[in-house]
Design a binder for this molecule. Structure first.
Ligand SMILES: [Zn+2]
Length: 496
């Protein structure tokens, strides 16, 4: 087991977890990190289809398997969508045992000539939300899919961080840094509807929610649209003219794809031979185009609705999101739900997906043109917000993630009520009390971090030496002196 290796977060790239690990451990030299996790010093840092997953899974331990790493934390489910099960197995084996270059060849990605993104990308709103929920931002898989320019959760333009792509960082795992966040958002792309459709369908493919590709299905659709002659031949000229009409040239170029007249015929020849394969992005663009040609209506949303998954909702998360939405109502309730949605798109999107009935009950309707002043029920709000604080504290104390100090500001921000609390403290006595009770001293937080670091060593009963534990817990020298004496126990040998 690897002490201090962070919990892999939802939809996190494996690359990102390795970067966070290196960052927490303050490894300056990439060779040291590679040696720790792969057992050798020169391993290229690959974010889409990394290799040596078998070695990595056994180093991490804690029940992590190579299959889970590949399915949940690499782009394998996306890239393997068009290929058959046998080929997918071969690719997976290559990722488990070998180095990084082979999977791309095995999947035919090198031949497809789809432009690779020039660095890793992130969404500002996801960063803010990850900070609140997990204490630090991370690289999401969904943002790194080729052709995707919009966050599928927030409908906002993704920002490119070029640093991880420069040649000197070939062996480095770079975490999502604070400095990246000062980059301004890119201008909104033209044909937002098309970009949104690409993003939605790509995300569905990544999550395994897209239907399997069916070459026969393409053929049937083309025939139904009148593009197949009675002899069974595709009517190339009219079909590609229609395709060019619906797939905006600039959008296709922005996705990193060449002209559909170049890649389209090969894709369709495959369908005639009932062969599998091809680049997922080509299939995605073709499906979007077929739907548009078929319906002659503009695309309004993702091609495939992403189903909500009830039962998987974390109660603490639910309390936080509800509290956030209530805050928005308090501040912008008079302006109608559209304006409120603009204020807090993340909370709206999340609640829409997981808690639609509650959201509907908490979206004020506008009465005529004149907005009525909102009468605030402070007693209820005070109770709900105090409860939301308990949710934040409970999530922090679960100890799944590296502890972060609970301060009044952090808790108030986490429930989205920092400004409201500052301005209306007199109306919110319960919230004030809850914030005061749960706020921690620096030493108490340091102690929690140390315990968390030590708790990870109990599984194999050999703990890290004092100086490693202190370093992993980020203890200042004075805190280290007080705490290490106190926590010397049977699970910690205390050898320096
Ligand atoms: Zn986002």
């Amino acid at each position: 087991m690897l002490p201090g290796f962070p919990e892999l977060l939802p939809d996190e790239l494996l690359y990102s977890a390795l970067a966070r690990y290196g960052d927490h451990m303050r490894f300056r030299n990439p060779g040291v990190l590679a040696n720790h996790v792969f057992g050798r010093r020169l391993v290229p840092a690959v974010w889409d289809l990394p290799g040596r997953l078998g070695q990595l899974a056994s180093t991490i331990g804690r029940g992590v398997t190579a299959a889970r790493l590949a399915e949940k934390h690499t782009l394998l489910p996306y890239y393997a969508w068009p290929v058959r099960a046998e080929r997918r197995r071969v690719v997976f084996e290559a990722m488990v045992n070998e180095t990084a270059r082979r999977p791309r060849f095995l999947l035919g990605l090198v031949a497809a000539k789809v432009g690779q993104p020039k660095g890793l990308r992130f969404c500002r709103l996801c960063v803010a939300s990850d900070r609140r929920v997990f204490g630090e931002p991370y690289w999401h898989r969904a943002h790194q899919l080729p052709g995707v320019t919009i966050c599928p959760h927030h409908d906002t333009a993704l920002i490119l961080d070029r640093e991880p792509a420069v040649p000197s960082s070939r062996y480095r795992y770079l975490p999502l840094r604070r400095s990246s966040l000062t980059v301004g958002p890119p201008p909104a792309p033209a044909r937002h509807d098309l970009h949104l459709a690409v993003s939605g369908l790509s995300f569905a493919v990544l999550k395994g929610r897209a239907p399997d590709l069916d070459p026969v299905g393409y053929r049937a659709t083309l025939a139904a649209l009148g593009y197949v002659s009675s002899g069974g031949w595709l009517r190339h000229a009219p079909f590609f003219t229609a395709l060019a009409d619906v797939l905006d040239e600039k959008v296709v170029a922005a996705c990193g794809c060449g002209n559909p007249r170049e890649w389209g015929p090969e894709l369709l020849r495959r369908t005639r031979r009932r062969a599998s394969g091809g680049h997922p992005l080509h299939h995605i663009l073709l499906q979007i185009a077929l739907r548009q040609i078929g319906t002659h209506v503009p695309i309004r949303g993702p091609l495939l609705a992403v189903p909500a998954s009830p039962g998987a909702v974390d109660q603490a998360e639910l309390a936080r999101r509800r509290a956030r939405w209530l805050t928005v109502i308090a501040m912008h309730g008079g302006e109608g739900s559209k304006a409120m949605r603009r204020q807090e798109p993340a909370a709206y999107a999340w609640l829409y997906r997981h808690d639609r009935r509650w959201l509907a009950a908490h979206c004020p309707r506008r009465h005529g043109r004149q907005a009525r002043p909102v009468r605030v029920d402070w007693a209820t709000r005070d109770r709900e917000l105090a409860l939301a604080v308990e949710g934040v504290v409970a999530a922090e104390m679960e100890g799944i993630r590296r502890p972060t100090r609970l301060t009044v500001t952090r808790m108030a921000t986490a429930i989205g009520a920092a400004t409201m609390w500052r301005r209306n403290r007199a109306h919110l006595p319960r919230l004030t009390a809850a914030l005061r009770v749960h706020s921690e001293s620096r030493l108490a937080a340091a102690e929690r971090r140390l315990k968390w670091v030590l708790s990870m060593a109990t599984a194999d009963s050999v703990g890290p030496p004092d100086w490693v534990a202190a370093r992993m817990a980020g203890l200042r020298p004075d805190a280290a002196q007080v705490l290490l004496g106190k926590h010397a126990g049977p699970h910690k040998p205390g050898v320096v």
